[in-house]
Write a protein that binds this ligand. Structure first.
Ligand code: SF4
Ligand code: SF4
Length: 428
């Protein structure tokens, strides 16, 4: 592979890496007992590592100890978490790159891939792991080049986090390091040993479970115990990224009723303080940040689109209402105004026992406070509401005007009503 040197600051994509189908290394067909996971970190903040180690379903420990039935044991080679150092740490990476490892492996890349040619012009480097022997001595081996060597032999190449999947913050406007994603670096024609393009698990930081669950699904496939997981056209696990944030957001009810937060800390929908959730694919609302807890909206934060290929530039400036929300929130406000009032009426009605309505004329025997009796408007609205509700079906009735509570449905089903005092008295 040769890389032509562009002028500094000019973002010319490097030459694509292509291997003829016949020359592609193949992974052994399952079942396998051990799979190596090589973690490489480029222009990253290590947030993806922290997210992954916080995953619980499954956890990294579950994968590493082989405690999930049917899955092979994962041997993790991680620049921060591994106890090996120096040559002992680097050696398995080299074996994998040469195709001499005795077990299949996956490559996991965290962080953007900087254009090392820019750093090299000044004799430096952006991110490297171990040394590379070159003419005239050694030099720090750029992490991305190491990944490029290892990728064709890997069962799968997984880009974790938005920097690795789409370039992320290092590739934001200006991009002095020429940063790009793993997909951009390896090119459209790249295929792993299993025949897969790059698998992308975005998020800044990503949901840890999204990563471990995807690894587990790939391993099941490798073992011949599961189907090839479904990925979308951008290489994301389809079952994790096919919904928008908004559809699962706990604040979506406020949006629908046209009630919006005016400030951070308010409990209502955050769209007018900068939430892009309606157009962003992310499952943090249903999965939580960790152990099904937390996540942006749960913590009061609007969605700034951190899982999306357009992040961050297409979501800037942060914390300003997206222009498109002006139309949708105005529509929600208009419809929601009437809907909120109708729902409040119904809420008031269903907050009373039927008994209170029938025996006490709506008076509530609560010692906690004075609960308002239904107004004439309440009664009128619900008279017609019930007509609609029970049209074509039988309305449950009551026959306990001044005695014990007895529900008619039990009698309808042919059962004795144990507390019907009048019937008991009649029999004696
Ligand atoms: S906070 Fe965002 S995602 Fe949640 S309902 Fe509002 S716009 Fe939708
Ligand atoms: S809700 Fe938005 S900001 Fe939060 S993790 Fe998902 S994409 Fe990122």
């Amino acid at each position: 592979m040769t890389i032509q040197t562009p002028a500094v600051g000019v973002e010319t994509p490097p030459e694509r890496i292509q291997e003829p189908e016949a020359e592609r290394r193949r992974v052994p067909e399952g079942p396998v007992k051990v799979v190596h996971a090589f973690w490489l970190a480029g222009m990253s903040c290590d947030g993806c590592s922290i997210s992954a180690t916080g995953a619980t379903n499954p956890s990294v420990e579950d994968l590493m100890t082989g405690s999930i039935a049917g899955l092979p044991k994962v041997v993790l080679h991680h620049p921060v978490l591994s106890v090996e150092v120096g040559d002992e740490f680097i050696h398995p990476f080299e074996l994998a790159a040469k195709g001499e490892l005795d077990a299949p492996y996956v490559c996991i890349y965290e962080g953007s891939i900087a254009d090392e040619r820019i750093a090299a012009e000044n004799g430096g480097y952006f991110s490297a792991m171990g040394d590379q022997v070159i003419e005239g001595g050694d030099r720090p081996f750029p992490t991305a080049d190491r990944m490029v060597e290892m990728a064709p032999g890997a069962a799968a190449v997984i880009a974790i986090g938005t920097c690795a999947t789409w370039g992320g913050i290092p590739a934001a406007a200006g991009n002095p390091t020429g940063s790009m994603s793993v997909m951009d670096r390896l090119g459209k024609d790249f295929r792993s040993a299993l025949g897969l393009p790059v698998i992308n698990i975005p998020g800044c930081a990503p949901v840890g479970d999204n990563f471990t669950e995807t690894v587990a699904a790939i391993l099941l496939f490798l073992q011949g115990m599961g189907p090839l997981p479904e990925f979308d056209e951008l290489g994301r696990p389809a079952w994790l990224f096919n919904e928008t944030v908004h559809r699962g957001c706990t604040r979506a009810g406020y949006y629908e009723e046209g009630v919006f937060a005016e400030d951070y800390g308010d409990k209502e929908c955050l769209v007018e303080v900068g939430c892009w959730g309606p157009v962003v694919n992310c499952n943090i609302v249903s999965r939580g940040a960790q152990s099904h807890m937390g996540g942006c909206m749960a913590a009061g934060g609007p969605c700034i689109g951190c899982t999306m290929p357009g992040f961050p530039d297409k979501f800037a400036p942060f914390y300003k209402a997206p222009p498109g929300s002006a139309v949708s929130s105005a529509a929600s406000r208009t419809v929601g105004f009437g809907m909120r009032r109708l729902r409040a009426l119904s809420n008031h009605n269903v907050s009373r026992e039927v008994r209170w309505d029938e025996l006490y004329g709506g008076e509530v025997p609560s010692g906690w406070g004075n609960v308002e009796k239904p107004s004439l408007l309440d009664k009128t609205v619900h008279f017609f509401y019930e007509k609609l509700q029970f049209s074509g079906s039988k309305k449950p009735g009551r026959d306990d005007s001044d005695k014990w509570a007895t529900d008619r449905p039990s009698r309808v089903r042919g059962m004795d009503a144990p507390h019907d005092v009048r019937e008991t008295e009649g029999r004696e």
